[in-house]
Design a protein around this ligand. Structure first.
Ligand SMILES: Nc1nc2c(ncn2[C@@H]2O[C@H](COP(=O)(O)OP(=O)(O)O)[C@@H](O)[C@H]2O)c(=O)[nH]1
Ligand SMILES: [Mg+2]
Length: 378
């Protein structure tokens, strides 16, 4: 996975290394600004990041926490549903909708599910043909009609057919452009309505496909789609073909929506589930020198705590007190010395995994430490 990100972001990290050829342990704010601009992070967001950085010389972990902060909406929760799960795929022409549908279908097939495609981009004959070719290649059924037919009817028939066959998934393609914007909005709304009629709760996921080579200019477009049908998640395509990979941060931050996958090539396997930690690390690896990350436990904590997973109440309180004061720095080199930020996180001892975890508010794990590291050796 990580490899896919690193490869897919090669053009972006190459561009970053053009302005910062030498990897360092610390970077000045000016250097960070230049690097992020080069990667096409929106200037307004860079300003926010800089405002949150209190140090003149910034470490990898300090920048890491700020970049992760911009992806705080990366959390997606699947709704309750009964099969088939219906994905509705929208986006402008050429964004990569049809290709991404093939990639998604492959993922579903690989996990042993049956998939049916709905060719509801009836605006262009070529679009129907393209999806039909993918369906043949992947050997999955497709419901389509002739050019100019009602796309809602195609969506309805596709869902009905998948229900009758007992399939797990339906993926519906849509047109990216009609005669005018208003038509497109009305049509998309109608497709959503009709999906729900065919199968209560459908479409379960409205996916917006954005062309990564457009960088930040995709933001306005994304907002327009979001206003029309309330997007559930974003897929950014063609990251392999652009030096504008940093726009992923601005897009996620501006739309407050999760990035679910990124496209890093034209083949069906080139759809990578978005992992914000791996994504951020691919950026940081390009500009920061490796620094061995060790978790050092202070004498104070080590002396007091035998096993943090078997703490008595007062011991646990003491640990939390330490974490919230000077102990924070000791437990983790990963955090900035920023009291306001510390309060954003929760600390839990996960007994099942034998880990001490630092969680974000939404429950995502920011860091996990093996309990063994925190056990006093005696
Ligand atoms: N390099 C690269 N090309 C992609 C990716 N996703 C889509 N494409 C290409 O982008 C072009 C437009 O894709 P298409 O699926 O037809 O877009 P649609 O009009 O939104 O359905 C095609 O040539 C695809 O092969 C990607 O992740 N990487
Ligand atoms: Mg298409």
């Amino acid at each position: 996975m990580l490899d896919y990100f690193t490869k897919g972001l090669k053009k972006t990290t190459d561009a970053m290394q053009n302005v910062a050829p030498k990897k360092k342990i610390k970077l000045s704010k000016d250097e960070i600004e230049d690097i992020l601009l080069e990667a096409d992070v929106e200037y307004a967001l860079i300003e926010i990041i800089e405002r949150e950085l209190y140090q003149d010389e910034v470490t990898r972990e300090q920048l890491r926490s700020k970049l992760l902060m911009t992806l705080a909406y990366a959390h997606y929760k699947e709704p309750e549903y009964s099969a088939p799960f219906v994905d509705l795929v929208v986006g402008v022409n050429g964004a990569g909708k049809t290709t991404t549908i093939a990639k998604l279908a492959k993922r579903y097939l690989d996990q042993g599910d049956r998939v049916l495609l709905g060719a509801a981009d009836t605006f262009r004959a070529a679009a129907i043909e393209q999806l039909t070719r993918w369906a043949e290649k992947l050997d999955v059924p497709i419901v389509s009609s002739r050019q100019g037919h009602d796309p809602s009817a195609v969506a309805y028939d596709a869902i009905e057919s998948a229900k009758a066959k007992g399939f797990e998934h339906v993926i519906i393609d849509t047109a990216g452009r009609l005669h005018n914007q208003k038509n497109l909005a009305n049509e998309l709304k109608k497709i959503v309505r009709i999906c729900d009629k065919a199968h209560g709760g459908a479409p379960h996921r409205k996916l917006l496909i954005l062309d990564g080579t457009q960088g930040n200019s995709a933001i306005a477009q994304a907002k327009a789609f979001h206003e029309i049908i309330n997007i559930d998640g974003i897929i950014i395509t063609k990251l392999d073909g652009t030096a504008k990979g940093g726009s992923v941060f601005s897009i996620a931050y501006a739309l407050e929506l999760p990035i679910l996958y990124v496209g890093v090539g034209e083949q069906p396997e080139h759809l990578v589930p978005f992992n914000k930690y791996a994504f951020v690390d691919s950026f940081l690896d390009a500009i920061f020198e490796d620094e061995e990350i060790k978790v050092e436990v202070s004498e104070k904590i080590a002396a007091k705590i035998v096993n943090i997973l078997a703490l008595r109440d007062e011991e646990r309180k003491e640990l939390y007190r330490l974490i919230n004061s000077d102990g924070f720095d000791v437990l983790s080199k990963h955090f900035v010395r920023d009291q306001r930020n510390w309060n954003e996180y929760k600390y839990v001892a996960n007994e099942e995994l034998q880990q001490f975890q630092i969680l974000e508010r939404n429950g995502d794990i920011l860091h996990a430490y093996d309990a063994a590291l925190l056990v006093k050796e005696s």
